[in-house]
Design a protein around this ligand. Structure first.
Ligand code: ADP
Ligand code: MG
Length: 256
């Protein structure tokens, strides 16, 4: 079943220096429960695409549907994780997780058990009563993920969520995210600079052309799950990564 569909989507920003074409005729279908990544150079329109599907920016042409309904405002059942964790320094960790229930106008008390359960899954039980500034970057990003999962979203949008982390922490979080995704029946749209991360996590990887924002190619990643870190060293994995890199080179999607 199709969950998200982009049909001839265009987005032009008006700026003082004239119009900026950020998305140009994007077509992409995302099946319910699938994990789709988008890779491309910075400035190619990845965040714009995510903001448009999230209803945070308006598209200028075409249509985006989520669950068959055209997006005009942030869809229900959606979670969001950004590169910066956006935690509130004056709130405890568990209160930071509970923010998403408050945003959705739901009663906190109905979600406190789930908040603690998610913190336990991400190894943060001992930190529930601490404050964000007491945690490392990787732990903070785990808190941001717990927050995004609190209300059991059917659709999770992630914009370079691990971009600011060291490589080892990033690999760990890739494992944890894969495990949660397998457990939760949710659709994920994930943006990353890392080809290896995209191949590791995804069912499909869309490569964006450098400019203006188009999709140059979509790769189906047919590797068995759950994938382990050692799967990154297999021939099949390496072939996918090499094919994606080649496409990125061809379409100027790699920053030089
Ligand atoms: P990416 O996430 O791939 O780095 P973005 O989607 O952030 O790319 O940006 C795509 C293009 O749109 C860039 O040229 C950027 O400068 C421009 N852009 C992004 N947001 C705005 C905005 N609010 N107003 C004007 N131009 C923008
Ligand atoms: Mg971006």
């Amino acid at each position: 079943m199709r969950h998200v569909q982009f049909k001839n989507v265009g987005k032009i920003y008006r700026s003082e220096r004239g119009p900026i074409v950020a998305l140009d005729n994007i077509n992409l279908d995302i099946d319910a429960g699938s994990f789709v990544s988008i890779v491309g150079a910075s400035g190619c329109g990845k965040s714009t695409l995510l903001k448009c599907v999230a209803g945070l920016e308006r598209i200028t042409s075409g249509e985006i549907t989520v669950g068959g309904i055209p997006v005009s405002e942030p869809p229900r059942d959606m979670g969001f994780v950004f590169q910066r964790d956006l935690l509130f320094d004056w709130r405890t960790i568990v209160d930071n997780v509970l923010v998403s229930a408050e945003f959705e106008g739901k009663a906190r008390r109905d979600f406190t058990d789930r908040a603690h359960k998610l913190l336990a899954i991400f190894g943060l039980s001992d930190y529930a009563a601490r404050y964000p500034w007491e945690l490392s970057g990787g732990m903070r990003q785990r808190v941001a993920i717990c927050r995004s999962l609190l209300c059991s979203p059917k659709f999770l949008l992630m914009d370079e969520p691990f971009g600011a982390l060291d490589a080892l922490t990033r690999d760990e979080l890739n494992d944890e995210l894969q495990a949660r995704w397998i457990g939760e029946a949710m659709t994920v749209l994930f943006i990353t600079h890392s080809i290896s991360e995209a191949v590791f996590l995804s069912d499909r990887v869309a490569v964006m052309d450098r400019s203006p924002g188009r999709i140059a190619a979509v790769f189906e990643i047919d590797l068995p799950r759950p994938r382990s870190q050692s799967s990154r060293e297999t021939v099949a994995f390496t072939k996918y990564a090499a094919a994606i890199r080649q496409t990125m080179n061809e379409f100027g999607a790699v920053s030089r």
